[in-house]
Design a protein around this ligand. Structure first.
Ligand code: UD1
Ligand code: UDP
Length: 357
């Protein structure tokens, strides 16, 4: 079956989502063109994922880079349209909720090319988040909506979207299961950082609502300074530059914080698996903590992944110092959850065959 598919990615979590789906689609004999918008471009935010996760080199790297939302999305739209007009695919696949997702969705739907959205139906109900706008627009333009959870299906239903909606499980679960084995074999991060399992916390911060708000960022750093365990902090470039701009560097100079550059996915899985608990504002990291059964404290006021909270593995604390520290004092495991039905890529492949052939 020689379906012609274009996958559009641009940011770190999208490379991780692409890896397992791309593998399954190619094994089926689909012809996949990978378009990398260039939204993330540092080696440790982009190249490392293609190499480690055995993703074929992108057929196009549009090299768009950073910029304001309008500038970045607009440039992507122009460049993606050009590629799509040339390749004339049967289907475009976009992932998650970044500006690359939005640009890919707009470009394909205006050209009347069928559009599939992986991770459809997620909502934070907070339109101050750029991701929320990206998700809503993308879902309303998509022909095939791959939902990871029942909550996502219900969210779409409330917005009147019922056609082309498929509950398929979570592609990041496929990635985690597949690369977890590889991580066990290859990652030396614990030895390199001289860390013992379950002795440290893992910390990630990159969400605009935290990094671009002086008070929130300062509060989070102040709370971390009072932790009872060391926090390993692979710092996102956005966070590094905001901390500098806001003159908050002095809060990083603390024996409780082990600051490191962003790491590849194999090292990240190892850091997650062996952490006593994870503090994060990342969407993907919240889910990985849940699946790895590591308690998670989320530095946000709401989450799209409400199941993680429902089963007791995730606590929402926002950027409130007292709440962060209270959660740190009360770290506990959640309920047993059966994840065996979370695998997603084979189900998505069947949907593509049914919908597009
Ligand atoms: C983007 C997504 C966010 C996702 C995150 C994953 C949007 C609106 N946001 O946020 O949903 O959770 O990716 O990590 O699409 N930078 C570098 N090197 C890089 C990439 C970025 O230095 O390789 C710096 C630049 O200063 C840039 C800033 O990080 O301005 C933000 O990058 P950008 O891609 O705009 O947004 P993210 O915060 O990464
Ligand atoms: N991740 C990684 N290295 C890091 C930080 C995160 O490989 O230094 C992985 C993480 O395990 C998850 C994904 O990147 O799979 C999440 O990306 P991010 O937090 O940037 O974005 P979000 O999921 O919030 O959109």
């Amino acid at each position: 079956m020689g379906l012609n598919i274009v996958s559009i990615v641009g940011a770190r979590p999208q490379f991780i989502k692409l890896a397992p789906l791309s593998k399954v689609l190619r094994e089926e004999g689909f012809k996949e063109t990978i378009v990398h918008t260039g939204q993330h471009y540092d080696d440790n935010m982009s190249d490392i994922f293609f190499k480690e996760l055995e993703i074929p080199e992108p057929d196009y790297n549009l090299g768009i880079g950073s910029g304001s939302h309008g500038e970045q999305t607009g440039k992507m739209l122009i460049a993606i349209e050009e590629v799509l007009m040339k390749r004339k695919p049967d289907l475009v696949i976009v992932y998650g909720d970044t500006n690359s997702t939005l640009a890919g969705a707009l470009a394909s739907s205006k050209l009347h090319i069928k559009l599939a959205h992986v991770e459809a139906g997620l909502r934070s109900f907070n339109k101050m988040m750029p991701e929320e706008i990206n998700r809503i627009v993308t879902d309303h333009l998509s022909d095939i909506l791959f939902c990871p959870t029942e909550t996502a299906v219900k969210n779409l239903e409330k917005e009147g979207i019922t056609k082309g909606v498929y509950l398929v499980g979570d592609i990041m679960f496929d990635a985690l299961m597949y690369f977890s084995r590889m991580s066990e074999e290859k990652s030396k991060i614990l030895q390199n950082l001289k860390l013992n399992p379950k002795e440290y916390y893992l910390l990630t911060i990159h969400r605009a609502e935290n990094t671009d708000n002086y008070d929130r960022l300062k509060n989070i750093l102040l709370a971390i300074a009072q932790f009872r365990r060391k926090a390993v902090f692979p710092i996102h470039p956005r966070t590094r530059s905001r901390i500098k701009e806001f003159n908050l560097d002095k809060y990083l100079d603390n024996e409780n914080i082990l600051l490191i550059d962003p790491v590849g996915y194999l090292d990240m899985i190892s850091l997650e698996k062996n952490a006593f608990a994870i503090f994060t504002d990342s969407g993907g990291v919240q889910k990985e903590a849940f699946w790895l059964r590591v308690p998670c404290i989320t530095l946000r006021d709401e989450t799209e992944w409400i199941e993680t909270v429902k089963y007791g593995w995730n606590t929402l604390v926002g950027a409130n110092i007292e709440k962060i520290l209270e959660a740190e004092r009360n770290i506990k495991e959640g309920d047993y959850v059966d994840f065996s039905d979370y695998y997603s890529a084979p189900k998505m492949k069947e949907v593509v065959i049914k919908e597009i052939s």
